[in-house]
Design a binder for this molecule. Structure first.
Ligand SMILES: O=C([O-])[C@@H](O)[C@@H](O)[C@H](O)[C@@H](O)C(=O)[O-]
Ligand SMILES: [Mg+2]
Length: 429
């Protein structure tokens, strides 16, 4: 037996799962609109030695129930044994055939439930391993190849405020000029050097006009547009041809591998996805059909940070580009995304983040560890993820969760409260 303090097993003694909610503006997407609160779950893993690790994931009730079922089986697992962790998560979910509560409002439906549930535990175990060794998580993932990770300005069409409430300080964004103003505010505040527009909200001609307005206002910045599968193949090809030479990639113009392959054969720019390739068994048919040229990884549904590096290696092998997807999230996720991106050599696009849409005073980590400069977050160098839980803030955001009355992300249901006939079925155009 080695006398190195971190050489022995570090066994899980306790797991805590705390659902939280934080304010979210009325951001529009093709399936509906964001509700007044976004949900997340904070996962804390504690070892026999009292080492403490953090993970963050979706906060939908069905997902939280799965996390709790998995947590009950994790006692005694060594935080170095990811395979055993996954095996136990699989065992906890073996009778669960439901597809409810995935946290993505119907936009990502085919990901692996075991990977989605295992992910925050794996991140928390990596946080613990890093703390035990005194090394940042990026070192456990092969080492940082960059000391800052670039993120993109993630623009959304939006209502002025939630119905029945005052306008928020972002104001409305339904016209190209308002999106340009939104982009200016984000870029002035964060220094972003790439822009993504969440599309699939207005008829394609209006969204094309918005992209042209952004190109004119920001001639040097890479642009992307993501309608979340809202278009037919015909519409997607038309938009793709219109935007040739203007966008760096076209994200999920249509649903499904076959539809993406049909579009990819007709347009010049790469097609990217976080909808039709969301699990390892989608890679083979997507590569065979040359359906996508860029995969947007997301450790929350690809099974954690280590599996996301496997995804990166597969993308590298098959000559696919790699970018990173995001949903509304807090600081634990931003830290994990930043370590992963830092340690992934072929992740060469600016990553997505919803970060600017969050109120600055609403987070579960103590301020200071993650800051944006010139559109990038410096990779934390402190042991583990490099962020600390702010317990008072965790309690406050848990109170929001209990009071807000939202238990499942439902962008479509929320939009239908104000537009009863709203139909998100693709293709919308
Ligand atoms: O937050 C949103 O409305 C986004 O549409 C999100 O849910 C998507 O998953 C995502 O950002 C995407 O790139 O598809
Ligand atoms: Mg997307």
């Amino acid at each position: 037996m080695s006398d190195h303090p971190s050489a022995g097993p570090l066994r899980i003694r306790d797991v805590r799962i705390t659902p939280v909610a934080f304010h979210d503006p009325p951001l529009l997407n093709t399936v509906g609109v964001h509700e007044p609160f976004a949900l997340r779950a904070v996962v804390e893993v504690i070892t026999d030695e009292g080492l403490h690790g953090l993970g963050e994931t979706y906060g939908d009730a069905a997902h939280v129930a799965r996390l709790r079922a998995a947590a009950d089986l994790l006692t005694g697992v060594d935080v170095w044994h990811t395979s055993e962790l996954e095996r136990r998560v699989g065992a906890a979910l073996s009778a669960d055939t439901s597809t409810a509560g995935h946290g993505m409002s119907g936009m990502v439906t085919g990901s692996s439930t075991v990977h989605r549930v295992a992910s925050p535990f794996e991140v928390a175990c990596l946080d613990i391993r890093g703390k035990a060794l005194g090394r940042p998580v990026s070192d456990l993932l092969g080492g940082a190849v960059r000391d800052r990770v670039e993120y993109s300005a993630y623009l959304f069409y939006k209502w002025a405020g939630h119905p029945g409430a005052a306008a928020d300080d972002w104001g409305p964004a339904l016209e190209p000029a308002q999106l340009v103003e939104q982009a200016h505010r984000m870029i002035d505040g964060y220094g972003f050097t790439a822009i993504k527009l969440k599309a699939g909200v207005l008829p394609p001609e209006q969204e094309i006009a918005a992209v042209h307005a952004l190109r004119e206002a920001f001639p040097a910045l890479p642009l992307r547009i993501d309608p979340n599968g809202a278009w037919s193949v015909e519409t997607a090809v038309r938009v793709g041809k219109e935007l040739e030479g203007i966008i760096e990639y076209l994200e999920d113009p249509v649903t499904g591998i076959d539809g993406m392959a049909a579009v990819a054969g007709e347009v010049a720019m790469p097609l990217a996805t976080n909808m039709c390739v969301v699990a390892f068994d989608h890679l083979r048919p997507a590569v065979a059909a040359d359906a996508v040229q860029v995969v947007l990884s997301d450790h929350h549904f690809w099974g954690g940070l280590d599996r996301s590096r496997t995804l990166a290696a597969i993308c590298d092998t098959f000559g696919l580009g790699l970018s990173m997807h995001s949903n509304s999230h807090l600081g634990i996720s931003l830290a994990a995304m930043t370590h992963l991106a830092a340690a992934t050599p072929n992740l060469t696009y600016a990553c997505d983040t919803h970060w600017p849409w969050k109120r600055p005073d609403e987070d579960v980590v103590t301020p200071g560890a993650l800051t944006f400069a010139d559109g990038a977050v410096a990779v934390p160098t402190a042991p583990g993820l490099g962020v600390e839980l702010d317990r008072e803030a965790l309690d406050r955001l848990h109170e929001h969760y209990l009071a807000c009355g939202i238990t499942e992300r439902d962008d479509t249901g929320y939009r239908r409260r104000f537009e009863p006939g709203f139909d998100p079925s693709p293709p919308r155009w």
